[in-house]
Design a protein around this ligand. Structure first.
Ligand code: B12
Length: 260
């Protein structure tokens, strides 16, 4: 019987149907605790990112893109390494946002603000995310596949590759298969990097591989893949040339493929 019918028939909600919980003080307090997310300062303290990174962690959590830029510059000026600012200060905040997005305590607008803050901070760090910055003589084309707007991870890979001396052409996010092929014809890269963050957009990678094959480009371009739902097995199964789980590994993989 539907609730509406029950209300009509009995004139009351079906509270006796086994779902009723007495509203005790203890129940109320437990519910309030579950529904109230920790404050930014509590979250930052729990993350134990270290005093020096606390402010920039809070900036990403709050999605404050202006403050992220100010504080990233401040930390660089203090001599903190760009890689540490990114990995120890900013990424832990993004992990929290990811978890909260999954459990429904934050929604798209909050995630977008934090994502923007990440990307703005990354722009400041970009020139410093270097190894030796010696030119390596390889061109890499990177993009997120069609239907997928997630670009933070892809941007990190781009920054790291640029920083380690590769020429990188960043095609952005939501890139169509045709555009990937056209840009490959134009730039003739050594490596094409494809990022996918959604299980629904992963099959686009297969389409790009097939289109490269059809255009006669496949044997000249190494294709590497990545993004949270992608793994080595998937890369092997679809015939990609490599998979890396983070930006650091992406650099090692690219080096191996370009120098092979
Ligand atoms: C930020 C975010 C968003 C932002 C994206 C903003 C932006 N500019 O990127 C916004 C709000 C737009 C968004 C939207 C959506 N999102 Co979202 N999003 C996320 C979130 C929270 C974080 C992703 C991220 O940036 N991670 C940090 C980076 C650094 O990690 P990364 O991307 O994995 O990248 C690293 C590696 O994977 C690797 N890598 C990445 N790319 C590449 C490429 C190559 C070649 C290589 C070698 C390596 C490599 O290196 C990177 C650096 O180390 C994730 C949750 C999560 N835990 O991943 C959900 C998540 C990906 N989103 C999800 C969903 C469902 C959506 C929406 C469909 C929600 C909706 N209902 O509308 C939309 C889809 C929009 C679209 N069409 O793309 C789901 C996907 C679930 C699934 N099974 O597919 C996730 C997992 C959240 C969840 N648990 O439900 N999202």
């Amino acid at each position: 019987m539907y609730i509406g019918e029950r209300i009509e028939k009995d004139g009351s909600l079906p509270l006796k149907a086994g779902t009723f919980q007495p509203v005790t003080q203890a129940n109320l307090e437990a519910a309030a605790q579950a529904a109230t997310p920790q404050s930014v300062s509590e979250t930052v303290a729990a993350l134990e990112v270290g005093k020096v990174f606390e402010q920039i962690t809070a900036d990403v959590l709050e999605g404050d893109e202006e403050e992220v830029v100010v504080n990233a510059r401040k930390l660089l000026a203090q001599g903190v390494k760009a890689g540490d600012i990114l990995n120890k200060g900013m990424l832990p905040a993004m992990d929290v946002i990811g978890t909260r997005f999954s459990d429904g305590t934050v929604f798209i607008p909050e995630v977008l603000l934090s994502a923007r803050a990440m990307n703005e901070g990354l722009k400041v760090l970009d020139p410093y995310l270097t190894g030796d910055n010696e030119k390596r003589g390889g061109t890499v084309l990177m993009g997120t596949v069609l239907g997928d707007l997630h670009d933070i991870g892809k941007n990190m890979v781009v920054s790291m590759l640029k920083g380690t001396g590769y020429d990188v052409v960043d095609l952005g996010a939501n890139v169509s298969t045709d555009d990937f092929v056209q840009k490959c014809l134009e730039h003739r890269p050594d490596v094409l990097g494809l990022s996918a963050l959604l299980t629904t957009t992963m099959p686009q990678i297969i389409e790009v591989l097939a289109a490269l094959e059809k255009a006669g480009l496949r044997q000249d371009i190494k294709v590497i893949v990545g993004g949270a739902p992608v793994n080595q097995k998937y890369a092997d199964d679809i015939g990609a040339d490599g998979y890396a789980q983070d930006a650091g590994e992406a650099v090692t993989l690219t080096r191996r493929l370009v120098e092979a």
